[in-house]
Design a protein around this ligand. Structure first.
Ligand code: ADP
Length: 604
């Protein structure tokens, strides 16, 4: 790792600590639990010696012990031996109880910290999404946006938790075991410390090699699937061409190959495990050999030897997880970096200061040109029009011509016009605060977003403040939605399921219309549904829309020309430009694009 990336890791780590800081108390308790856990393990190993020497072996205790200080009993005679043995059960129960408590304390506290960390980060990321510009959300893919909230936060907490456990508990255990070993016999411990890493290294290299081989063999086994798939998808062809024999032979070859590979894999696996064990036995053999040496034998009792052996074995797992802690830590830091990068993305800019309760609704586009960020061509090219209060303007044109772009600019979903300006009541829309601007506009789009809630709450969703049941009912009636709501078992209180699965397209549209009516904003953007609806819903929706448009400035993105005959002005858009304008009658008279479209749709 280079210095600069080390520095980055450090920066990320410091930032992560900000989240942990409020949990100082829990963190401290977790550490206490972990330290205690390690110490209990160490004590357990340390008392093996007095237990064996003082409890069972009268004769062993004749040998002068280097560590008589820890002996639980003075070691002569039957009496003291039985003393140690009678005490042992209590010591064991005591230690295990303590270990259990330490385990509970640390597990609980670490889980508590993780859960808090996940919750806080999730909330922060979620809330941050709500402030980000539409242009950012367009660029990113939904899956990865979701996984920031669900997966990455979890990774961070998991890595933090297990790193903490490893670093504190395992280091205490390792240090403790080493202390015990050296205390009882530094010479034997030194031998172990020299031979241990060598054997450990050999075992690591060997098992890694075997894992690699196994993986290679496994990837070579895909042939059977491919051959079978080919035969099944081409079954008809094989039968009609009489290719059975060829196919069967072809399959026979891969089938045999597969068997051969399977055996190779089995061979590799069955060799690797015993081999590792044999290599491991060298360590044990070496220790036994060292113990038999004259110079060491004098200081070794049965108990000392058992303790050191126990400590050696107890070292293995903590060492293993300590070697993994860096990888875990790196994974956590990587997840952290992803989340922090997201949190650093600037929210929507809002430099406007103008606020107003309710605009009149005079909207004008003055020579507006716009291109999407990162896109070369113009999405809109010198769009120029104005709508008076309460009027309806309809936008017509092929898909991709720029109609939705015009609508998106009104609510400042995209900013940075290359030219011109958009005014609402004679004031540049950038001068309004975003909140004020958007509160003047109701949007009814073809994808109606419904929430997993009651119909009443769905209608009231966009209303600022508490809507009374009467208001909701009134809005639903105007939207011609009461016709179907009344038929539902629980009426307004019917739960509509995830994204309104229970409702038909026409019903969803009418709920959206009711929502907009209740919102009662002076400007309305209406993106008509493209999909055909049954005639009855169609009529109801049309009536609902007529009610909605009443006394509002409306911008209608029209797909079916029948619905806009009454519009005050129709703009025909093509490739971001207005190519024709006028009302229905005058456009038909011109005999241009609009008139062609009209004839196509009505075949007259
Ligand atoms: P319409 O609503 O008439 O179907 P749009 O306004 O959606 O057309 O699209 C106009 C042009 O802008 C199209 O060429 C489209 O590819 C492009 N466009 C639309 N949305 C985006 C976006 N979020 N990012 C980049 N380009 C876009």
């Amino acid at each position: 790792m280079t210095t600069s990336s080390n520095q980055e890791v450090w920066t990320v780590f410091k930032r992560l600590m900000v989240y942990i800081k409020p949990l100082k108390g829990v963190f401290f308790l977790a550490v206490v639990g972990l330290v205690l856990y390690g110490l209990v393990d160490m004590t357990f190993i340390a008392i093996i010696k007095p237990f064996i020497d003082g409890g069972f072996g009268g004769q062993a205790s004749q040998i002068p012990s280097a560590a008589s200080g820890i002996d639980l009993g003075t070691s002569d005679g039957f009496n003291s031996s039985s003393n140690v043995l009678t005490m042992a059960p209590f010591v064991v129960i005591g230690l295990f109880t303590l270990r259990g408590l330490a385990n509970f304390l640390s597990t609980y506290c670490v889980s508590y910290m993780s859960a808090r960390l996940i919750m806080d980060m999730r909330q922060q990321v979620f809330d941050h999404y709500l402030t980000l510009p539409v242009s950012y959300m367009d660029r990113e893919n939904t899956g990865s946006l979701i996984s920031r909230v669900t997966y990455d936060t979890e990774q961070i907490a998991r890595a933090t938790g297990s790193a903490l456990i490893s670093i504190v508990r395992d280091s205490i255990t390792v240090i403790g075991m080493l202390v015990v070993m050296f205390y009882y016999s530094w010479k034997l411990s030194l031998c172990i410390l020299i031979i241990g890493p060598i054997i450990g290294l050999i075992i690591t290299v060997v098992s890694r090699r075997f894992r690699k081989i196994s993986k290679r063999i496994q990837t070579a086994m895909g042939g059977v699937t491919t051959a079978t798939e080919q035969m099944i998808t081409g079954h008809k062809n094989v039968l009609s061409f009489g290719g059975q024999k060829t196919e069967s032979q072809r399959f026979g070859v891969v089938n045999e190959q597969n068997r051969y590979q399977t055996m190779k894999l089995a061979m590799a696996q069955s060799v690797s495990q015993p081999l590792v064990m044999v290599i491991g036995s060298f360590a044990l053999a070496f220790v036994l050999y060292a113990a038999s040496l004259e110079s060491l034998q004098s200081e070794l009792t049965a108990g000392t030897f058992a303790t050191i052996l126990g400590a050696m074995l107890a070292l293995l797992n903590p060492i293993k997880s300590l070697t993994r802690v860096n990888a875990e830590f790196q994974r956590g830091i990587a997840a952290c970096t992803t989340v922090f990068e997201l949190l650093d993305i600037e929210p929507e800019t809002d430099n406007g200061t103008h606020t107003v309760d309710r605009v009149k609704g005079e909207l004008s586009f003055n020579n507006v040109s716009f291109s999407y960020p990162g896109q070369e061509g113009l999405a809109l090219d010198k769009i120029d029009f104005s709508v008076k209060q309460g009027q309806t303007i309809a936008l017509v044109g092929r898909s991709g011509s720029g109609k939705s772009t015009i609508a998106s600019l009104i609510t400042r979903f995209y900013t940075g016009l290359s030219e011109g300006e958009i005014q609402l009541d004679g004031i540049n829309i950038n001068d309004y605060t975003i909140k004020c601007l958007r509160s003047q506009v109701a949007l009814v789009s073809q994808q109606v977003t419904l929430f997993n809630d009651s119909i009443a709450n769905n209608i009231a969703y966009a209303y600022s403040g508490e809507a009374t049941p009467e208001q909701i009912m009134e809005a639903a009636r105007s939207a011609h939605a009461m016709e179907f709501i009344d038929q539902l078992p629980e009426g307004m209180d019917t739960q509509i399921g995830e994204n309104g699965v229970m409702l038909s397209g026409g019903q969803r549209q009418r709920i959206a219309i009711a929502r907009a009516i209740l919102r009662n904003s002076p400007v309305l953007i209406l993106d008509e549904a493209t999909s055909a609806l049954d005639t009855e819903s169609e009529k109801a929706i049309q009536q609902g829309l007529d009610n909605l448009r009443l006394n509002r400035t409306s911008i209608v993105i029209a797909h079916r020309l029948s619905t806009i005959e009454s519009a005050d002005m129709i703009l025909v858009i093509d490739q971001g430009k207005v190519v024709e304008r006028g009302n229905h009658a005058s456009l038909l008279e011109q005999g241009g694009v609009y008139s062609n479209l009209y004839q196509m749709q009505f075949g007259s």
